[in-house]
Ligand binder design. Structure first.
Ligand code: ARG
Length: 855
């Protein structure tokens, strides 16, 4: 496949913005008033105490309320509410300046630990007693760990605070304070604690509620990797309602590198999802959180995190009963970076954020000075750029950033260029104390200011692009400068109001291609009528009346109410024989047929990894991204064609792949081997890859070797495939399924990456768009039949090519399910202008497939 224009980056996991406030169940054993219900601090709900006398008072109050006024009632309520106690746990840390670290401090059951922890607790008590918002409400404090540097103590303190004091207490606790205890007898020095801070925390992570069997302290040994996993990994799922933590340490002058090798916990959802958090501290405090993780990551996703000190804390809180294996992780120590950044004096070179593509450490500042030789200027090309942090307002770079020529860059950005107008630039990188990302990869070059892009077009951003990409309807410069000031070619281009040129056939296709909607204006129908997808104008009354008045079903396709309608060739037929008005109702997550048949047999079209890697350059597919993609090999020839998995035993492919040729018996199942779960052609024995022989090849009986009409084949595997995270079937569209013009669809394969080039080693993916049939027929005159569909771009650039044949077109449909829209069939060359690829339409063959395979 040829795809030299990257339009979209890969997905990235969303951080769950879980808050820090919490509510707690009533507890009797914690020394609190019996029967007190703790409220979420941000939940303004009334709290009642269940003491009988109190209840009598309450009843009286209620009577009074009913007798007097609502205002009085409100006051009583307000009083009660404000005095209700809220259990609050703060996690914090402090530095002991006059203390030397002893190895015994790493062991919380040693006497040394006990005695130092006792002193810290006394000091905290003293500190709290000095504050009227804290002292009277302090319940208990506990030291959980010490680490070296100057000795750092990690602790938690529990308070039972009146509601009205919670905010004030949070403010006081978050202010860094110093405590000095005078020297005691025999001790010469006073006991000084600096940087005493604490933050409200989820009480489930307080030591007392931690599952003892699920709390681990690990110390890195030399250069070795230390492995740890969730309990039971990988054979049994991790427990529900678990509270686990792993305290990781290294030697005093080291930093830690932590990598999740395998990560599969319950999917992220807004509330109550299972959550793994990594902290750059031994206290689970939000300001030191490095990442929050949930869901499933493919093995290729880079989940490496660096600490800024010699400690890390990993916590796991689970709720769900769903069965997931959990994670496997390793960590090791490495020497702290002595400095970061540098000076370059060459004409070109590369540099990246520390530990790229691992997550850069927090609290880091680097400066690179670049000075290119000669009388030339510097430009810096950021090939990859990921500095995403939760809660950073768009357009501000208040936390992590890269600063160059007076501008700060942050967030996730597609490739961009910063061009300077002198021979010297300085690049600064800054990370704050929380949340890190994979960082950036950059390249610098020297250029001649009078001709910055020899032989190419220079985007306003400084990027150089092929001259042929100018005015082709596609923004190749991120600032659209290649599409500005164009003269559109009226024979095949439309001039948008904003002066962009777009292919004529995208006018009035229901997609805003110009960006200002001018290609979709003037497509509307007169008042009191509506416009069908095929352009017809019909009276409004005919919309959603249960009849296909447009002739393409579009007047009935998006009605709020799904109704039963007379069956036509365009209506979906339920098993019951009744037809429904909705377009593409199958497996969309909503029951549209009364008998539920539209949602039956829907175990298809889903990937097992909820996260896909961020594509680092090009368009390599990721592990498990296209689990239905199959590679068909012929002995001695290697990969020849693609195919797709539709059931444990059946594949869909192109008939022309299995036509005998030059005496070679391609029609003989015995010459073929099918590889399932394959990503890299050079790694056919990689884990997860399945090798299958073919039992039978069914070419469509009407396949025409000359016109390529009916270019579809069914392949039966000798033995059923085992579904796994990398082997899964794609959904087959119903005969009535519509893949409308303009829709974006993915094509995948190991075919040539250039016309006349060579095949790809790693599976490639490219995003292309469905072209309407009339345009298709115009572009490839007298060659298009009703079984064929053009998909691609008029400007070329992304297309299937030799060796992609037989492979699927994957279309993401309602509910995120992927349906097969077509089979790679033929094309005039590859990726040529105005010559899109031609694909066999899948819906046309739905009943033939059912008849032949039962699928
Ligand atoms: N017939 C080719 C094959 O055997 C596929 C060509 C697809 N070409 C295209 N430009 N879309 O692999």
């Amino acid at each position: 496949m040829k795809s030299n224009r990257v339009r979209k980056g890969g997905g990235r996991p969303k951080d769950l913005g879980a808050g820090l406030k919490y509510s707690s169940q009533p507890q009797n054993s914690n020394g609190l008033e019996e029967g007190v219900e703790f409220l979420p601090v941000n939940n303004a709900k009334k709290v009642e105490k269940r003491d009988p006398r109190r209840r009598a008072v309450l009843v009286a109050v209620v009577v009074a309320v009913s007798l007097l006024s609502l205002t009085a009632g409100f006051l009583v309520w307000h009083f009660q509410y404000r005095n209700a106690r809220v259990q609050t746990v703060f996690n914090g840390y402090l530095r002991l300046t006059n203390e030397k670290f002893l190895d015994a401090y790493e062991n919380s059951s040693s006497t040394e630990f006990g005695s130092l922890a006792g002193k810290v607790k006394d000091a905290l008590k003293l500190l709290y007693s000095e504050s009227p918002v804290l002292g009277p409400y302090h319940r208990e404090s506990s030291v959980t760990a010490f680490s070296e540097g100057s000795v750092i103590a990690y602790y938690w303190s529990e308070f039972s605070l009146p509601q009205r004091l919670v905010q004030e207490a949070e403010r006081v606790m978050a202010r860094e304070r110093v405590i000095t205890l005078p020297p005691r007898s025999r001790a010469l020095q006073s006991f000084v604690m600096t940087s005493v801070v604490a933050f409200p925390t989820d009480p489930r992570m307080a030591q007392t509620t931690l599952d003892n069997s699920c709390s681990f302290a690990l110390h890195a040994r030399g250069q070795e990797q230390t492995r740890f996993t969730t309990p039971g990994f990988p054979d049994s799922p991790y427990p529900a309602r678990a509270r686990c933590q792993w305290a990781l340490r290294g030697d005093a002058e080291a930093v830690l590198s932590l990598t999740f090798r395998s990560f599969d916990v319950a999917p992220c959802d807004e509330r109550g999802s299972d959550l793994v958090v990594v902290y750059n501290s031994l206290s689970p405090v939000e300001p030191h959180a490095l990442v929050r993780l949930c869901g499933t990551y493919p093995p290729s996703y880079n989940l490496t995190f660096l600490s800024s000190q010699n400690v890390l804390l990993v916590t796991l809180i689970t709720h769900s009963e769903r069965r997931h294996p959990g994670f496997k992780a390793v960590f090791f120590q490495l020497p702290k970076m002595s400095s970061c950044g540098g000076t370059f004096r060459d004409a070109q070179g590369t540099f990246s954020s520390p530990y790229y593509p691992g997550h850069y450490p927090p609290n880091t500042d680097c400066t690179w000075t670049i000075e290119v030789p000669g009388n030339r200027n510097v430009k810096v090309i950021f090939r990859q750029f990921f500095l995403v942090e939760p809660d950073v307002a768009l357009g501000t770079c208040t936390k992590d950033y890269v600063e160059i020529l007076g501008t700060r860059y942050c967030g996730e950005r597609p490739q961009f260029v910063v061009a300077g107008n002198s021979s010297r630039v300085t690049v600064r990188f800054h990370s704050d104390q929380s949340y890190t990302d994979t960082g950036f990869l950059a390249e610098f070059l020297s250029y001649n200011s009078s001709d910055p892009c020899p032989g190419m077009f220079t985007c306003k951003t400084g990027r150089c692009i092929q001259k042929t990409l100018r005015c082709d309807g596609w923004a190749d410069c991120t600032d659209y400068s290649d599409e500005k000031n164009c003269k559109c070619n009226a024979s095949h281009q439309f001039t948008c109001k904003n002066e962009f040129c777009k292919p004529l056939f995208w006018v009035c296709d229901g997609v805003n291609d110009c960006g200002d909607s001018s290609d979709e204006l003037g497509c509307s129908c007169p008042a009191e009528t509506f416009r069908c997808s095929n352009g017809k104008c019909l009276p409004k009354s005919q919309q959603c009346d249960g009849r296909d008045d447009c002739g393409d079903g579009s007047d009935e396709a998006t009605c709020a109410k799904v109704s039963t309608v007379p069956c036509t060739s365009r209506t979906y037929r339920c098993h019951s024989g009744l037809c429904v008005s909705k377009a593409n109702p199958e497996c969309d997550g909503k029951q549209d047929c009364a008998d539920g048949s539209d949602e039956k047999d829907c175990d298809c079209g889903l990937r097992s990894f909820s996260k896909q890697s961020r594509v680092v350059g090009g368009q390599n597919a990721d592990v498990g991204e296209w689990p239905w993609q199959v590679s068909l090999h012929v002995q001695g020839q290697g990969h020849v064609c693609g195919a797709s998995l539709i059931s444990p035993t059946w594949l869909v492919s192109a008939a022309h792949c299995y036509a005998d040729d030059g005496g070679f018996r391609y029609s003989d199942p015995a010459v073929w081997t099918a590889y399932l779960g394959l990503l890299d052609q050079s790694k056919r024995s990689a884990p997860g890859v399945q090798e299958h022989r073919l039992k039978r090849i069914i070419r469509h009986p009407s396949f025409n070797d000359f016109t390529y009409d009916y270019d579809i084949a069914l392949l039966e595997l000798e033995r059923p495939a085992a579904f796994s995270s990398v082997v899964r079937p794609i959904c087959l569209p119903d005969a009535t399924h519509v893949f409308r013009a303009g829709k974006a669809i993915w094509v995948t394969g190991w075919g040539h990456t250039q016309e006349g080039g060579t095949g790809a080693v790693v599976l490639q993916k490219g995003e292309i768009r469905v072209i309407n049939q009339t345009t298709c027929e115009k572009l490839l005159p007298q060659q298009i039949t009703a079984r064929m569909m053009c998909v691609g771009y008029l400007s070329g650039a992304v297309d299937a090519c030799q060796g992609d044949s037989g492979g699927p077109l994957s279309s993401v449909e309602a509910d995120g399910r992927i349906f097969q829209a077509g089979v790679v069939s033929w094309g005039e060359g590859c990726a040529r202008r105005e010559k899109p690829g031609v694909y066999t339409r899948l819906p046309w063959f739905r009943s033939w497939i059912k008849d032949q395979t039962g699928v």
